[in-house]
Design a protein around this ligand. Structure first.
Ligand SMILES: [Zn+2]
Length: 239
């Protein structure tokens, strides 16, 4: 697929390279994570301006040659999320969201729903940085990422035997909640955490359910251990 292409993209990472260049990791709707080099970007008169920075949503022109890295030929801003950039917790949430996408979706497989989810998270962080960076929202985002990656924890019944009552724990190995008879290798999961997981997955990101600190810690553990066990990916904690 050599030649020119245009795509929307969110900048996940942007690293200095050599005298004046930058290497970018961007996430695209149809080609997943893409590595690209932007030449001369750090010269003061670069046509790219300052928009090849993390979290920018861009319309990118790229050229695909023989290298693994595509070459950036043009970049127009679709959204720069200026309020997000002025808020420490929102920046942290955006960085962790991009990092999780980068780790869980390394391959060129298309996942347009992941691109849309990441853009929704950035929009929410920009509209209301404090609410956007709340732990509930961060965890709902990560649960939805696991779902898109095909590692959705089994929540409706014991992942081992199908029992619907007496759910007592979460088993990363079994890939979901487990009952008292199947709890080997699990950690305790109470009703509040079980309900949070189901609601966070069932509702839009903007309506992530409220939860107390213990519930959020358990939900984070579910995400981290599921990613480690099934995707073989070590995610950073949600916050
Ligand atoms: Zn069971």
């Amino acid at each position: 697929m050599a030649g020119p292409l245009t795509t929307e993209a969110v900048v996940l990472r942007s690293m200095r390279y050599g005298e004046a260049d930058r290497i970018l990791h961007v996430y695209t709707p149809m080609r997943g994570r893409v590595g690209a080099i932007a030449k001369g970007v750090r010269r003061s008169r670069s046509r790219f301006g300052g928009r090849l920075e993390p979290f920018f949503r861009l319309q990118l022109g790229l050229h695909e040659g023989r290298s693994d890295l595509l070459t950036v030929t043009s970049a127009e801003t679709i959204a720069g999320y200026p309020r997000l950039r002025e808020d420490g917790p929102a920046l942290d949430a955006a960085a962790r969201a991009c990092d999780a996408v980068s780790r869980l979706f390394e391959s060129p497989e298309p996942h347009p729903e992941v691109f849309n989810l990441l853009c929704s998270m950035l929009v929410l962080l920009d509209e209301d940085p404090a609410a956007g960076a709340a732990q509930e929202r961060r965890l709902a985002f990560r649960l939805k990422l696991l779902l898109a990656a095909g590692f959705m924890p089994h929540l409706s019944a014991c992942a081992n035997c199908g029992e619907r009552e007496a759910i007592t724990g979460f088993s990363p190995a079994a890939g979901g909640v487990v009952c008292g008879a199947c709890e080997a290798g699990s950690f305790p999961l109470d009703q509040a955490a079980h309900t949070f997981l189901a609601q966070a997955l069932g509702r839009p990101l903007a309506q992530a359910p409220p939860a107390d600190e213990r519930t959020l810690r358990l939900a984070d553990r579910v995400v981290l251990e599921t990613a480690a066990h099934h995707a073989h990916v070590r995610l950073r904690a949600a916050a």
